[in-house]
Design a protein around this ligand. Structure first.
Ligand code: ADP
Ligand code: MG
Length: 211
């Protein structure tokens, strides 16, 4: 059985995972982590509850350059609850790792507070599309330094009518970025979006049971 260390996750994070009782990667994690570490564009389809969050969180953390204070990764997610959940999971994973900063940006949050935080070094921004577009339009966030972008729960984004915003946001980022998309289902609109922005994506599909 393969473990997180063998997949390329550092030992400090492996310890944290173990302390949470997470010892074996789920099938989607086992396939996605190496592809993301290799820098590939990825489309991952697996049902809810199969561990898609850690499938992108873990390899992304390995890719952060702590000596660079630019925003390097953007994670787009449909709701404030999911934005909070993802940033919480990320912060938990870096409890024993120095120097990585994660900021969540979502509607309903105090803008002045967000602006203050955006002035500090933030390596990873977890955002809902609407609030992020506000920041882009105000010029208070610069996406040109982003090297990797994750579109999480893409089918929910579609259902909530956010795909045009997601499209606008991706087009603001560095063209040779790495793009990753995660979804429980893969409707045509999402396939088209992936096709528009990805280069030779690896399609990973898992039909496993829930964790
Ligand atoms: P999805 O995004 O696919 O719906 P989540 O990433 O939210 O699923 O994960 C569902 C649950 O499974 C979470 O509580 C998470 O902590 C747990 N989990 C994730 N990966 C593992 C693993 N490798 N072993 C055990 N539990 C895991
Ligand atoms: Mg999820």
């Amino acid at each position: 059985m393969v473990d997180f260390l063998q997949l390329g996750i550092r030992k400090e994070i492996n310890h944290t995972l173990k302390s949470l009782g997470i010892v074996a990667p789920t099938p989607i994690q086992e396939q996605t982590i190496p592809a993301v570490l290799e820098g590939k564009d990825v489309i991952a389809k697996a049902q809810t509850g199969t561990g898609k969050t850690l499938a992108f969180v873990l390899p992304i953390l390995e890719k952060i350059d702590v000596h660079n204070s630019d925003v390097q990764v953007l994670i787009l997610t449909p709701t404030r609850e999911l934005a909070l959940q993802i940033s919480k999971e990320m912060k938990k994973m870096i409890e024993n790792v120095e120097g990585i900063n994660v900021l969540s940006v979502y509607g309903g949050q105090d803008v002045a507070h967000q602006l203050k935080k955006l002035k500090g070094a933030q390596h990873i921004v977890v955002a809902t599309p609407g609030r992020l577009l506000d920041h882009i339009r105000r010029g208070t966030i610069d996406l040109s330094t982003i090297e990797r972008i994750v579109i999480d729960e893409a089918d929910q984004m579609l259902l909530m009518g956010f795909l045009p915003e997601v499209d606008d946001i991706i087009s603001e980022t560095f063209p040779s970025r790495q793009t990753m998309l995660f979804s429980a289902t893969m409707p045509n609109e999402i396939r088209s979006l992936a096709k528009k922005y990805m280069v030779e994506p690896e399609f990973i599909e898992v039909k496993a049971k829930k964790v």
